[in-house]
Design a protein. Structure first.
Length: 134
């Protein structure tokens, strides 16, 4: 019998200073926490075959999805359908803290990227690939 996988998600997200940390990877989804520093951003991107749900637990920012913009803060949730160009920008003086669910997984299981630069480099080097679905 499988044990219950449990997180106090706001606490997990708030205590991590890493840009990206994969908490859990399943066959069809992945749970990731992120911290975007003041003035920082996730970076404009498109996931062709991946839906993404982002829930904000601290800070303030701007969500840009398919050319539309919306201010976000703690308690907000944003859905990014597969194929939508998107970016999330920290507009406040404090870190923008969030957790996100990808379906299917987007990153290597257990990946920890301290900074956006590290995350970008590992992605470019092909060292941040999700587990194969085969």
């Amino acid at each position: 019998m499988a044990s219950v996988i449990h997180y106090t998600i706001e606490t997990e997200a708030e205590k991590s200073g890493d840009f990206r940390r994969v908490l859990w990877t399943g066959k069809h989804t992945q749970l990731v926490i992120m911290t975007i520093p003041p003035g920082g951003e996730i970076g404009e991107e498109v996931h062709d075959d991946i839906d993404q749900i982002l829930s904000f637990v601290g800070g303030t920012g701007k969500a840009i999805v398919s050319g539309s913009e919306k201010n976000v803060a703690s308690g907000d949730l944003v859905v990014v359908p597969a194929g939508a160009k998107h970016n999330f920008v920290n507009t406040g003086p404090n870190p923008l803290i969030l957790y996100t669910v990808y379906g299917p997984p987007e990153h290597a299981d257990g990946a920890v990227h301290a900074t956006k630069e590290e995350a970008d480099r590992l992605e470019e080097e092909g060292k941040d690939e999700p587990p194969s679905s085969s």
